[in-house]
Write a protein that binds this ligand. Structure first.
Ligand code: EPU
Length: 338
């Protein structure tokens, strides 16, 4: 029997550590419980929020609706010649899944080590780090279609993956709840060390032929050195996306700001390092009341203790304004604001 709780604090369910309340709260541990839940039409009419690890949300007020906390567990794998399919429940912790794969020598996930959050949330924003995105290892996912009361399988092509984008946060937003994700990994490790920081760190350690375990360790170490640990400093990783501009705008920017940090993002498209833009506006490490940006990574907004979500949101608006005034570039929030 499903337990629906009322007026539940979300403080321990978001990595910013914002103390707001959910009007209703339910934990899902099995796909069938979603069918059971939505038999009651009350939940169809109400605002809903599906929560995984809470590592990509900013609550600015109490949530006057139903929070659905996904806690479906389980990891299984099936080997097929040189490939291996790993399927994990939406409620599994992302990094524990990465450790499972690295531990079994299943290659492909190692660059995504230590990303906070849950497996079920990973396709929604096509998580990525150090030269790899979720779409590179994704095979398919199962998702509960709320209106139809049934489970549907999405293959990669149906997910519309792009930089921190998918159909689950655009045209199909709020219509599906991901219940499990299947990954296609390799038994023939081919490590990806193209990202400068990985290369440098491997060199520092004198590792010439890195294993996937080496890459995982190095990525974890880089993350720990750059990004604050949410258990001590509340944060949600990169608060903004890296903005993408066209060549004409980039040329203009490059002339005015020769040191601008950029990466190619396809034909006529250049991705700018938002952290650099924010730092140039003087925000890096700045403390504003109980909030601010992290001292080692200006793209990460932090809660120094008792910040409210509204305070963090206000800071993010100030940052957007100053980056726009200096560079004419509009930053977009990566974090979901409620
Ligand atoms: N930089 C600065 N100042 C800063 C931060 C960055 O000048 O305060 C410049 C540096 O030149 C640095 C470059 O920006 O070399 C890129 O910085 P970094 O390698 O830290 O990566 P990022 O572009 O800031 C992205 C992802 C991260 C991911 C890293 C590593 C986004 C929005 N963020 O950050 O993902 O871990 O690359 O691949 O794409 C997340 O999405 O929450 C996240 C942490």
């Amino acid at each position: 029997m499903l337990q629906i709780r009322e007026n539940v604090s979300l403080k321990n369910f978001n990595t910013f550590g914002i103390d707001v309340c959910a009007r209703y709260f339910v934990e899902i541990t099995h796909e069938d419980e979603l069918t059971e839940l939505f038999l009651d039409p009350k939940w169809l009419q109400m605002p809903r929020l599906v929560l995984g690890g809470g590592s990509n949300v900013l609550f600015t007020k109490d949530f006057e609706g139903l929070v659905i906390r996904m806690n479906i567990r389980g990891i299984e794998h099936r080997i097929n010649h040189e490939e291996v399919y790993v399927e994990a429940g939406a409620g599994e912790n992302w990094n524990e899944l990465v450790n499972y794969c690295v531990g079994h020598n299943f290659a492909g996930m190692e660059n995504l080590s230590l990303i906070p959050g849950s497996v079920g949330a990973s396709p929604v924003q096509n998580i990525g780090a150090y030269g790899v995105e979720l779409k590179d290892v994704f095979d398919s996912c199962r998702a509960f279609e709320i209106a139809a009361h049934q489970i549907k399988t999405f293959v990669k092509e149906a997910c519309g993956f792009d930089y921190r984008e998918s159909v689950f946060k655009s045209e199909l937003k709020n219509q599906f709840i991901i219940t499990s994700v299947k990954f296609k990994l390799s038994l023939q490790p081919k490590v990806n060390t193209t990202y400068g920081a990985i290369k440098n760190e491997l060199q520092n350690r004198g590792i010439e032929k890195p294993t996937i375990s080496d890459v995982s360790k190095v990525v974890s170490q880089i993350r720990v050195s750059k990004l604050p640990d949410p258990s001590t400093i509340g944060n949600a990783g990169s608060f903004f996306k890296n903005p993408i501009v066209d060549a004409a705008q980039f040329n203009w920017l490059k002339e005015a700001f020769p040191d601008i940090v950029s990466f190619s993002a396809g034909e006529n498209q250049i991705k700018l390092a938002a952290g650099w833009l924010i730092e140039q506006c003087g925000w890096k490490g700045k403390v504003v009341g109980q909030t601010g940006t992290y001292k080692n990574q200006a793209l990460v907004l932090v809660n120094h203790g008792n910040a409210s979500g509204a305070e963090i949101f206000a800071l993010s608006s100030q940052i957007i304004d100053s980056v726009y005034n200096k560079f004419g570039v509009v930053l977009q929030r990566e974090v979901n604001v409620f």
